[in-house]
Design a protein around this ligand. Sequence first.
Ligand code: 13P
Length: 253
Amino acid sequence: MNRRPFVAGNWKMHNDLVAARALMAGLRAELGGALNVDVAVCTPFTLLYPMGREIDGTSIKLGAQNCHFESKGAFTGEVSPPMLVAAGCDYVIVGHSERRHVFGESGDMLRKKVVAAQAVGLHVIYCIGEQLDDREAGNTERVVESQLQEALSADLNTDLLTLAYEPVWAIGTGKTASPDQAQSVHAFVRAKLGGVFGQETAQRLRIQYGGSVKPGNAKALFECPDVDGGLVGGACLVADDFVAIISAAQDSV
Ligand code: 13P
């Protein structure tokens, strides 16, 4: 099955308006032609609307890094899925390890976010991944499986779903999972997706790898049969690096 790769940049809490516009100008200059991969930039909330203007007329799509599960109400500091749609988003990241581990988001909460985001037509990038002690204790598959079970069920819209496997020990550390490590977990995740959605759908769903993806390691990762692009943190903040990673995904097709 040929899956179209999907590369998303997770800006996290980086870039002011000036830096963001410069980064987008770099991406526009280098990603002019038709792409055979999907590309998204997931910016901080305050940059969504202006970055939506910056990507106008390009094939780059806009995403957010989080959302609340209610559509409106007394939830100080939160942003709802309909608000993201109104700001121009097509995508939202749900369950990033920093949301799980720094902000204590539970599986129950993440499940509600996935459902609420899809209900307004947002495509969810649902993140899973083990911590270093999980891996060292041989618990990687158990952790990843429970994160899948918490949020996913057969009634979800799989046209609006991408998975992102991000081993926590590889995020922002410069320690990338080896292609073999990534492929092994991706194949496991795909098998579990088959159990939820059926084999045909599991073959169609894309599973991104995230965790210190760089221009120098992207090619080997994206060539793994079950790795369908990447969720990129640090390297997406430098236009040339993000473009090189997108090119690696294009070459993997
Ligand atoms: P880094 O690429 O900086 O390791 O971040 C990965 C990540 O968390 C993307 O969501």
